[in-house]
Design a protein around this ligand. Sequence first.
Ligand code: ATR
Length: 271
Amino acid sequence: MIDTNTTLYCIFGNPVRHSKSPFIHNAWFKEHQINSVYLAFEPKRIEQGINAIRQLDIQGASITIPFKTQIIPYLDKIDPDAAKIGAVNTIVNKNGKLSGYNTDSSAAVRSFKGIIELPDKTICILGAGGAAQAVAFGMVKKNGDVIIVNRNQTKAEQLAQSITGRAISYQDLEQIKSIDILINTTPVGMFPDIQDSPVPDDFLSPDMAVMDIVYNPLETQLLSRARKKGCLTIDGLSMFLHQAAEQFRIWTGITPDIESMHRTITNGDPH
Ligand code: ATR
């Protein structure tokens, strides 16, 4: 029940109305009997979000597009990994001091837990934007051999250099052999363009594990084709739930149940 002791958590993004975070965090607060609510806000500028956190004593916030980098100068403290990645998706407010974390990177790694061991695997990441940066950082931290493939070759090379990986172009994709893991971080295949796949079918081989961070739809064209080829597939909801669960743990000290939330959302989308 909401009362005078209820504390507030929120997400800042623009646009943010499609976000599943309020459904997920409010369900976990309820499940663990924590007197908190989680709301979505769509500020024009992130300064407005920062002011709101301080003035309303908001306890924690999720940060999403387009604010993950913009928020950094406003923080009192930043976690060393988030600083290296250059993006913050989680804020903790402790007595008015704001600390920033990045849970996307560890979420990408955790999505493979129990499915495939990451050390020494060759991992091909499609895209070189903010999401790719966090995913690549996590994979390199686990001793993965990372190859970045991106439309804009300069961006691919910059990201590859920053994580000590390699960059190649889409045209040269067929030259690389023995990819163990393929991760799509581009929006290709996202609703409404659900027939699109970021790589040609013949690039996929049955011994590859394929992850898509797109979760709308849950089974993207890439995952559907990969599954038909016999690849292990990991959907975008896995990484999304892992990043949310790590936020919840940072805020409350409780690790929530991801599997049952995955089933709830898969069986009956709350939106
Ligand atoms: P995010 O934070 O989700 O990573 P982003 O920083 O805008 O978003 O990055 C999106 C990535 O998807 C970029 O690497 C982009 O490629 P470019 O750097 O060449 O622009 C990639 N991307 C977007 N649309 C794409 C498309 N239709 N085909 C291939 N790559 C695409």
